[in-house]
Design a protein around this ligand. Structure first.
Ligand code: ADP
Ligand code: MG
Length: 698
């Protein structure tokens, strides 16, 4: 008996070669995987065109006609196969750049074909790599008015697994399984939400009867996909709250109160107060805190982190703060040390460049409990770093740390310490809900008072002279300037050349001794980097030329201009991060995005977004739309967003609905034992067995 778990090679039409390709290219191992290969889009195959009706920009067109001539044409690289195709109203060319031999041998001359594809116009119409089917076969096939177009890869296409083949395989699968599929949602949900059955949904998503049936099929499948994700997240959250014991910080002690009363350099914003309250609630309970703190650049997360650390110390625990770069760790260290001056808190810094002698002291003090707060880079994660009693781990800029690294922090004490993850790349709420459904989220949605909005402009390279004059004016007012160059892994050598060329040209226009320039990039030794940073921080240099190493966290309130070179090459969140380096003081600050004239549509959108808003959450929304969720979160976490049919951005409403019902189901029946939830429980278990994508979270 074939089931959905049957290996794909058993399906009619699939031999071992095709099976291998499907596994490698699309991750299809079983019948189930194939049936869950959902179409990207659908094409209308009811309409036929004539060649003499084609428009220069005709998208997908379907034409009936014959091939009357075939030839191979030599080109600069390799060959292309060109077939002359006619339908009696005109002629066009069909062109293949790959797989020519196979196609040449199988093409039949002077026999009617149905061709389908995109048309190009260059001195006549042509269609590259058309979908072709003999008219006779085409007519014999069951036809859906809308034909599914499946995800594909270059390799699948060249190896002959075209869309037509995939359609055929899907038909075979439906035939072999009798076209009936086990229901995977409870009757109650189906009724309440007026959903179509699983069988109905799968049938219509692959072979839509009409647009309405397709829409209902998609709705049901998207709901189902998101529902089970939410069910897992919500459930994990519930178990964590019940099961993972945490060290209760039950007192607000002397340190915290003393700091609050006498050392706080400014009034906390309401948002900061609210967040600290949320954190205190967590810490006071008996469960482990696992909280994400979101706040735009400059919203004042550091002080929240520090006050949380003071609570830990007040309760006889140690705390650590981990940052992604040495520069940032050092800055946290100096900043926090300054803030707690006179409070008798012992703070040390541990990074890759900490000397052995100093390390030894740190290790000792950590183990005998003399050290209260350890700040550092991922050097903190090393096994040698043993705390006497770690109660709190704070992670700054979390998207740069991997899951495994965070897991290490969990194991630094007998029961896991409280975890506070801080991120300055705001994640849109919809995404956060999905990604961090099992983390509690706090948001600082208010900037400290008195900040002037940064003025952002987009300028072309040809405006450079004017910009130099502007820099001179700002420096004359006593301000400092950042000039940032892109550094992309693939073109490192070129990028360094740009950076050094830039440095030379700036040095010529801003000569010593009137002007002093710092330069910082990733190829420098840490000590040299620090030295240069230090000079800029102290105001000894007026211009800082750098690659994106300064992206994260650096705080120089006197810097008022951020110039980003080749801004079109940066991602939105990176641009926003960079801009956040200025506007930290009370002075008017500026961000100048320099580009060449050649800009892609996406680059234009990014630049326009930067010019029009300073709001990190708004920027994150645009970024998400441009890049898609997988990319946004980096490869580390893209797995979870590997959704098969739903789209976190576009299906936001369905996501909310799914979350609502997941919560409701679990509220009524936390262990899913009611008879009415049997199907849900069964499906849930099955999903857990087949893809464990949930272990990505802290
Ligand atoms: P981020 O959230 O980007 O880490 P920081 O914690 O570095 O922001 O804070 C940015 C700047 O704002 C710092 O100079 C900090 O001292 C200042 N700051 C933070 N909170 C307040 C506040 N409530 N009032 C005034 N200034 C504040
Ligand atoms: Mg910060």
């Amino acid at each position: 008996m074939k089931t959905l778990q049957t290996p794909i090679e058993y399906l009619k039409g699939i031999g071992s070669n095709r099976a291998d390709l499907l596994k490698k290219e699309l991750g299809i191992f079983t019948y189930q995987d194939l049936i869950n290969l959902f179409p990207n889009r659908y094409i209308d195959r009811t309409k036929y065109y004539k060649i003499n009706e084609l428009q220069r920009n005709s998208a997908d067109v379907q034409i009936v006609g014959k091939v009357i001539h075939i030839k191979m044409v030599e080109q600069k690289k390799g060959k292309r196969l060109v077939a002359t195709f006619t339908d009696g109203t005109g002629e066009m060319e069909l062109v293949w750049f790959r797989g020519q031999k196979w196609i040449k041998d199988s093409l039949k001359l002077n026999i009617p074909y149905v061709i389908f594809g995109k048309c190009n116009w260059y001195n006549g119409f042509s269609m590259p790599h058309p979908d072709m089917e003999l008219l006779a076969e085409h007519e014999g096939r069951i036809k859906a008015s809308m034909q599914a177009v499946y995800p594909s890869t270059e390799k699948l296409n060249t190896k002959g697994i075209t869309n037509k083949v995939k359609n055929k395989l899907m038909q075979n699968l439906f035939q072999e399984s009798g076209g009936k599929f086990t229901e995977t949602l409870s009757e109650k949900l189906i009724e309440e939400l007026n959903l179509v059955s699983k069988t109905d949904a799968l049938t219509n998503v692959h072979f839509p009867k009409d647009a309405n049936s397709l829409a209902r099929a998609q709705f049901r499948l998207k709901f189902e996909e998101l529902f089970y994700i939410q069910l897992q997240l919500v459930r994990k959250n519930i178990t964590r709250k019940h099961r993972i014991r945490g060290y209760p910080f039950d007192q607000v002690g002397e340190l915290f109160n003393e700091f609050y009363a006498n050392h706080l350099p400014f009034e906390l914003t309401n948002a900061q107060k609210r967040v600290i309250k949320e954190i205190r609630n967590d810490l006071g309970s008996n469960a482990q805190m696992n909280r994400l703190l979101q706040g735009d650049v400059g919203s004042g997360k550091t002080i929240v982190a520090l006050m949380t650390a003071l609570l830990a110390i007040d309760n006889d625990f140690q705390a650590c703060i981990m940052a992604p770069t040495e520069i940032l760790a050092t800055q946290h260290y100096t900043g926090i040390k300054e803030l707690v001056k006179g409070l008798g808190v012992n703070i040390k810094l541990l990074t890759g460049s900490t000397k052995t002698a100093e390390r030894k002291i740190i290790h000792e003090e950590l183990e005998n409990g003399g050290l209260n707060i350890l700040i550092g880079t991922h050097a903190l994660l090393e096994d040698k770093v043993q705390f006497q009693n770690l109660g709190l781990a704070i992670i700054d800029e979390q998207h740069r740390f991997g899951v495994a690294q965070r897991a290490k922090l969990w194991r630094k004490n007998e029961i896991p310490p409280h975890i506070l993850v801080m991120t300055a790349t705001p994640i849109p709420r919809t995404l956060a809900m999905s990604l961090y459904g099992d983390l509690d989220i706090s948001v600082i949605d208010e900037l400290p008072p008195g900040r002037k909005a940064i003025k952002t402009v987009h300028r072309y390279d040809s405006n450079r002279l004017k910009i130099f004059q502007f820099i001179r004016d700002e420096i004359r007012k006593g301000r400092q300037i950042y000039i940032v160059y892109p550094l992309i892994q693939e073109s490192q050598a070129l990028d360094y050349k740009d950076l050094m060329d830039g440095y030379e040209s700036i040095s010529r226009d801003f000569p010593q001794p009137e002007y002093q320039i710092s330069i910082v990039h990733g190829k420098m030794k840490p000590a040299d980097k620090d030295f240069e940073m230090e000079r800029f921080v102290k105001g000894e240099t007026q211009i800082m030329i750098a690659t994106t190493v300064i992206e994260v966290g650096v705080n120089v309130p006197n810097a008022s201009v951020m110039i980003i070179e080749s801004a079109e090459r940066f991602g939105l969140s990176q641009l926003h991060q960079l801009r956040g380096r200025v506007g930290r003081g009370a002075k008017q600050s500026y961000c100048i995005l320099m580009t060449s004239y050649k800009l892609s549509a996406d680059s234009k959108t990014r630049l326009e977004t930067m010019v029009s808003t300073n709001d990190g959450f708004e920027i994150a929304e645009v970024d998400l739309k441009l890049r898609g969720p997988g990319d946004l979160m980096g490869t580390q976490q893209s797995g979870v967003l590997n959704l098969k049919i739903a789209d976190i951005v576009k299906d936001n409403d369905i996501l909310k609905l799914a979350r609502h019902y997941a919560i409701q189901v679990l509220k009524e029946d936390p262990s899913l034992e009611f008879p009415e939830n049997q199907i849900i429980n069964y499906t849930y278990q099955l999903l857990g067995k087949h893809k464990n994508i949930w272990n990505y979270i802290s």
